[in-house]
Design a protein around this ligand. Structure first.
Ligand code: SAH
Ligand code: MG
Length: 944
C-alpha cells in the first residue's frame, strides 16, 4: 500500500471545482468475451460481460464521454473526469506537499503504488500501458520498465521532484536519479544495480495482469512512425527518420536502437514540446554515468566531472528547456489516459521547424495567423485593426515558450498632463495638450474634464528564477488601460524580435541593443537565459548557405517604410475597380506561395491562404507583398517573385505536399507569390469621417477649395501632398477657371494612382473638346523649393502637415510662404478637439467600458505625427503669416464650427500687397529638385 496519499483522483478534483454541477451518467454495455474467460470476473452470461462507459456533463462548461468501455463503473467515471480535466487544462494540485522531505516521502509512496499496489494495473494510468507491454514479455525483462517511462507519464512524480529540487525541472537526468533513489526505499519495488530498470518485487496476480491487458491492447501490427533526428553536432542538420515499433515490443526499445543506446532503460525522456496535449518529446541516450554511485548521490552535483562524457544537444535543449545530451530523437508516441492503445503521430521536419519558429515573437504570430511566409509581427497596435492574438497574449506565450516567468505588466493610472502646447506626440497616444478653453468632451459628466485619468504601462520580464532581465518603462499615455498594456507589450515583443534577428548576423557574442527608448537590460541574467538561442538560431541560419535577409524585413517604424524597391508584378489580371488599399486600410487578400525550382522548372505549393487580412502600413506583411498589394485594386490579382529568405522559415511552411526541401539550395529556387485583393476596408479616419458627415469630409474639403479657386479666378494651382489625387481629380469635375494643375507628393505610389485617374478623366475631356488644363505630377518633398512652382495663384495642402513631424510642418510653412509664394494658400488639418465626437460615432457600442469614450482620445490615423487643437493650429499659422507678410483667416469643414470647432480646421493665407515678392528665383540656376513623373498632355501613362 502507498505510504503517502496519492494524488487526488480526477473525480475529486472535478468535485472540488464544480460540485453538483458535475453529473456522471454511467451506461452499462454488454460486450462479447472471447474464449478463455476471466477468472476474477463474474460473468453474468456466457460469452458476454458487462462493461461501462461514462458521460460527464458539467453544466454550462463541457460534456465529455469515455471513448472506450471499462470493466468497473468507477474507472469509467474517473476516466471521464480525467478527460474533462485534460480538456479544461486543470492539473490536480491539491495535497501538494510543502517541504522537500514530505515530497520525498510521497515520491517513495507513489512509486510503491505503481509497482506494489494490486489495484494499480486496473487504473487508466498511462504507466499501465508500459507495464502491459512488459508483462507480455518473457525472460529477464518480464515486468521491467525503464525508469524514464515514469517520467514520461506521471505529472505528479515531476511535481514532487521539483519540490525536492527545483533543478529537476530542467534536468531529466536528475529526475531519473531521484526516482532511482526513491525506488530503492519504496516497499515492494526493485531497481536494478547496473541499469535504469524498475519493477515490482513480486509478480502481479493473474487478475491484475489480465486487467492491464484488457485495457491496454497490444500492438497487433508493426507501427511505423515518422520522427526527426536532431544531431548533437550543430553542423549536421536535423533529418527525418522512421521509428519501426515491432509487434508487442516496447516502443522505447526501438528508440534505444536508433540512438545506439544499450537498451531502453538507457534512454531518457524530455518533457513534451510543441502543442500542448501532444506526446511529442525528445528521447536521448543517458549519459555515461557511473550508475549506482552517481545516481545514489545527487547526479546534478557531479556536473562538470571531466570523465562523464556528456555533450549537450543545444537544439534539443533549447526547444525543450531541459538539459539534453547527445543525439536526440523528436517523436510523438506514448500512452495517455484518454486512449487504450499506444498513440503515435508523425513528426516531420516541418513540425520541428515550426516548434523552433514558434519560440520567436514573430514566429508565434505567423503561426497563429497560419501565415508563415507572409505575415510579420506588426509594429503598431490599434484595437480596431489588430488581427490575431493580442500583443499581451503573444508576449505571455513568448515568455512561456522561452521558459521565462510570466511577464509583469504594471499599468498605472496617471493624471493627464496639463501643459498646453508643443509636445510632439505620436500615433494614437495621448500626452497631447489639453485644449486651452473649456471644451466639452462628452456631456455625460462622468469624466473629470480638467484632469481625465490616463494610463501608462511598464513591463518587466523575469527569468524562471524570477531574476529581472528586461525592463520597459514608458511615458506614453493611453485613455484605456488595455491600450496601455497592449502597446507596451508590443514594444517589448518588437524589441525581442529585433534581438533575435540580430543573432543571425552577430554570431560571436551575445548582442544587446543599447538600452534606449525605455528599455533596460540586465546583461548577466539576460545572457544566461538566452545563451542557447545564439547557438541555435545563429548556427542554423549562419552555418548554411541560406541566411536571413537583412533587418529591413522588420521595419521598426512603418512611416519610414517607403517601399522604394517595389515588387515587380507579372500576370496582372482583372479590371481596375478604383478601390485600392491605401495606408491604414484593412485589406483582405487570398494568396498562394510557391517554391519555384529554377533548374527543374518545378513549382511546389508552400502556403495557401484564402482569406488573409492585414493593415497596410503597419509592417504586418513581408515588404514585397505589401508593395504588390498597393499596386492593385480590389478584384485584381498578380504574381511576383521574391528571394528565398530564411531557410528555417520555409521549412516550417513546407507542407506535406512538398518534397523533402531540406537540401535544396537557395540559388536554384525562388518564392513565387500569387495574390488577389478581395476587399478593402478604409482607414479608421475615413470610416469615421463617412459615418458622421454627408457629403464626406474629404468632399467638403474639395468644395471648400473650389469656392476659393473661383472667387480668386485662379488659373494655376499646386496641391502640396496631393496623394492619390483626390483633389486634382475632383477639380476636373467642377467648372473652374484653372488652366494648370500640379500635384506634388513624396509617395510614388500615390502619384501613380493619381496619374491613372487623371489620365482617364483628361482623355475623356479631350474627346469632348472642352478646355483641358495642363496637369503635372512631381515626385518630391514639399519642404524643398522647386522654382517651377513659383508664384502660383493658389496652393493647397490638405490633411498633409499632420503626417510629418512638427518641425517639418514648420519648415514647410516657411518654404511655401517665403519661396513658393502662392497668392493664396489653403492648409487643412484635423482638429484634435473634435476627435471624441468622431470616435463616438464610429465605434458606438464596441467598447467594454463605455464611460471611457469621453476621455482624451487617440489620433484619427496612426500615420499622424500630431493632431492639433484649434489654439495650437492658430498659433502655428498666425506666427507663420506674420513672418512672411501674409494674412490668415481660420475656417473649417465638418460640423457647425461651434464648440469644439470644425472636424477639419482650415487656414487660408493671403499674400499681402507688396511691391515685389521677396525671393525671385535665380534665373541662371533655378532649383528644380522635383522629378516630373507625369505630364498632361505630353507624356504617356506610366506602366503601372
Ligand atoms: N492631400 C491628399 C492626401 C493626404 S494624405 C488628400 O487630401 O487626400 C498625406 C499625403 O502627404 C500623403 O500622400 C503623403 O505621401 C504626403 N506627404 C507626406 N510627407 C510629404 C512630404 N514631405 N512631401 C510631399 N508629400 C508628403
Ligand atoms: Mg491625415
Amino acid at each position: 500500500m502507498p505510504t503517502a496519499t496519492p494524488a487526488p483522483t480526477p473525480k475529486a478534483v472535478i468535485h472540488q471545482r464544480y460540485g453538483a454541477k458535475a453529473v456522471y451518467r454511467v451506461e452499462e454495455v454488454r460486450e462479447a468475451v472471447d474464449g478463455g474467460g476471466c477468472p476474477g470476473l463474474a460473468l453474468p452470461q456466457q460469452g458476454t460481460r458487462c462493461v461501462y462507459r461514462c458521460e460527464l456533463d458539467i453544466a454550462g462548461v463541457l460534456r465529455v464521454a469515455t471513448p472506450g468501455n471499462f470493466v468497473r463503473k468507477k474507472d469509467a467515471e474517473q476516466a471521464a473526469a480525467q478527460i474533462a480535466l485534460d480538456k479544461l487544462g486543470i492539473q490536480p494540485t491539491a495535497n501538494t506537499p510543502a517541504t522537500p522531505e514530505e515530497a520525498w516521502e510521497e515520491l517513495i509512496g507513489r512509486i510503491s503504488y505503481f509497482f506494489a499496489d494490486e489495484n494499480f494495473p486496473a487504473s487508466s494510468h498511462p504507466l499501465v500501458g508500459h507495464l502491459s507491454v512488459s508483462l507480455r514479455r518473457t525472460g529477464d525483462l518480464l515486468g521491467r520498465i525503464p525508469i524514464s517511462a515514469i517520467v514520461a507519464c506521471d505529472v505528479k512524480v515531476h511535481t514532487l521532484c521539483k519540490i525536492i529540487d527545483p533543478k529537476a525541472e530542467f534536468d531529466p537526468l536528475l529526475v531519473l536519479s531521484m526516482i532511482y533513489n526513491a525506488a530503492k526505499q519504496s516497499p515492494g519495488v526493485s531497481v536494478s544495480d547496473s541499469d535504469f530498470w524498475i519493477q515490482s518485487q513480486r509478480p502481479y496476480s493473474p487478475e491484475a495482469v489480465d486487467l492491464a491487458f484488457q485495457r491496454w491492447s497490444g500492438i497487433s501490427d508493426p507501427i511505423s512512425v515518422e520522427a526527426v533526428f536532431v544531431p548533437c553536432v550543430m553542423e549536421d542538420e536535423p533529418k527525418t527518420v522512421r521509428l519501426n515499433i515491432s509487434q508487442n515490443e516496447h516502443y522505447m526499445g526501438d528508440i534505444a536502437s536508433m540512438l545506439s543506446a544499450t537498451d531502453s532503460s538507457h534512454v531518457l525522456v524530455s518533457r513534451t514540446v510543441g502543442k500542448t496535449s501532444s506526446e511529442i518529446r525528445f528521447y536521448f541516450p543517458a549519459p555515461n554515468v557511473q550508475l549506482v554511485s552517481d545516481l545514489s548521490n545527487n547526479v546534478a552535483s557531479h556536473r562538470g566531472d571531466g570523465n562523464m562524457n556528456r555533450v549537450i544537444n543545444k537544439r534539443a535543449s533549447y526547444i525543450s528547456g531541459q538539459t539534453i545530451y547527445g543525439d536526440a530523437i523528436l517523436v510523438n508516441v506514448g500512452y495517455t489516459r484518454r486512449d487504450t492503445e499506444l498513440q503515435t503521430e508523425r513528426v516531420t521536419l516541418c513540425t520541428y521547424y515550426r516548434i523552433l519558429l514558434g519560440k520567436l515573437p514573430d514566429g508565434i504570430y505567423k503561426i497563429s495567423k497560419e501565415s508563415i511566409l507572409v505575415a510579420e509581427l506588426p509594429c503598431v497596435y490599434s484595437r480596431t485593426s489588430w488581427k490575431g492574438p493580442s500583443p499581451r497574449d503573444l508576449l505571455c506565450s513568448f515568455c512561456r515558450l522561452q521558459r521565462l516567468s510570466e511577464p509583469h505588466f504594471a499599468a498605472n493610472r496617471v493624471r493627464a498632463s496639463c501643459n498646453t502646447l508643443g509636445s510632439a506626440v505620436c500615433s494614437e497616444k495621448i500626452g497631447s495638450p489639453k485644449p486651452a478653453t473649456g471644451s466639452q468632451y462628452g456631456n455625460d459628466g462622468r469624466i473629470d474634464k480638467e484632469n481625465p485619468d490616463v494610463f501608462e504601462c511598464d513591463v518587466k520580464i523575469y527569468s524562471k528564477k524570477r531574476e529581472l532581465l528586461l525592463e520597459y518603462s514608458t511615458d506614453d499615455d493611453w485613455s484605456k488601460e488595455s491600450d496601455a498594456i497592449q502597446n507596451s507589450a508590443l514594444k517589448v515583443l518588437v524589441w525581442f524580435n529585433h534581438y533575435f534577428k540580430q543573432l543571425n548576423t552577430l554570431l560571436e557574442k551575445i548582442y544587446l541593443p543599447k538600452s534606449t527608448d525605455g528599455f533596460t537590460i540586465y546583461p548577466n541574467t539576460f545572457s544566461q537565459e538566452f545563451a542557447m538561442c545564439l547557438s541555435v538560431y545563429g548556427k542554423t541560419n549562419g552555418g548554411n548557405s541560406i541566411t536571413c535577409s537583412t533587418v529591413g524585413l522588420f521595419p521598426m517604424d512603418p512611416s519610414h517604410q517607403q517601399l522604394e524597391n517595389s515588387a515587380f508584378l507579372t500576370d496582372v489580371d482583372g479590371q481596375d475597380s478604383g478601390v485600392f488599399p491605401s495606408h491604414g486600410s484593412l485589406t483582405c487578400i487570398d494568396y498562394i506561395v510557391y517554391l519555384f525550382m529554377k533548374d527543374k522548372r518545378k513549382r511546389y505549393i508552400l502556403e495557401v491562404n484564402n482569406e488573409f487580412e492585414f493593415e497596410i502600413g503597419a509592417g504586418a506583411v513581408r515588404n514585397q507583398l505589401e508593395s504588390c498589394v498597393t499596386q492593385l485594386s480590389v478584384n485584381q490579382s498578380a504574381r511576383f517573385v521574391d528571394e528565398l529568405s530564411d531557410r528555417d522559415l520555409f521549412l516550417a511552411a513546407a507542407s506535406e505536399l512538398s518534397p523533402d526541401l531540406s537540401k535544396i539550395s537557395r540559388d536554384s529556387c525562388v518564392l513565387e507569390f500569387s495574390v488577389k485583393v478581395l476587399q478593402v476596408t478604409e482607414p479608421l479616419e475615413d470610416r469615421m469621417e463617412k459615418a458622421l458627415f454627408n457629403p464626406p469630409l474629404s468632399k467638403q474639403r474639395v468644395e471648400f477649395a473650389v469656392r476659393h479657386i473661383n472667387q480668386l479666378h485662379a488659373t494655376t494651382l499646386v496641391d502640396f501632398g496631393c496623394g492619390s489625387g483626390s483633389l486634382l481629380d475632383s477639380l476636373l469635375e467642377h467648372p473652374t477657371t484653372l488652366d494648370k494643375i500640379v500635384g506634388v507628393d513624396i509617395s510614388r505610389k500615390g502619384l501613380t494612382r493619381a496619374a491613372k485617374s487623371l489620365h482617364q478623366k483628361l482623355s475623356k475631356k479631350s474627346l469632348m473638346q472642352t478646355a483641358v488644363p495642363t496637369a503635372v505630377l512631381y515626385h518630391g518633398s514639399i519642404t524643398d523649393f522647386d522654382s517651377r512652382l513659383y508664384g502660383f495663384d493658389i496652393g493647397t495642402c490638405l490633411e498633409v502637415i499632420e503626417h510629418v513631424e512638427e518641425d517639418q510642418a514648420s519648415l514647410f510653412g516657411h518654404v511655401v510662404l517665403s519661396s513658393f509664394c502662392p497668392a493664396v494658400l489653403i492648409v487643412s488639418t484635423p482638429n484634435y478637439e473634435y476627435n471624441p465626437i468622431l470616435q463616438r460615432s464610429a465605434m458606438p457600442t464596441k467598447d467594454e467600458e463605455p464611460e471611457e469614450n469621453a476621455g482624451p482620445c487617440k489620433f484619427r490615423n496612426h500615420d499622424h505625427k500630431f493632431e492639433w487643437t484649434r489654439s495650437q493650429f492658430q498659433r502655428w499659422a498666425t506666427g507663420l503669416a506674420a513672418n512672411h507678410n501674409y494674412s490668415v483667416e481660420f475656417s473649417g469643414v465638418g460640423g457647425s464650427g461651434e464648440e469644439p470647432g470644425y472636424a477639419s480646421q482650415i487656414a487660408v493665407f493671403r499674400r499681402m500687397a507688396r511691391d515685389q515678392v521677396e525671393t525671385v528665383p535665380d534665373e541662371d540656376d533655378p532649383p528644380r529638385p522635383y522629378e516630373t513623373l507625369w505630364e498632361w498632355p505630353t507624356t504617356s501613362i506610366p506602366s503601372h
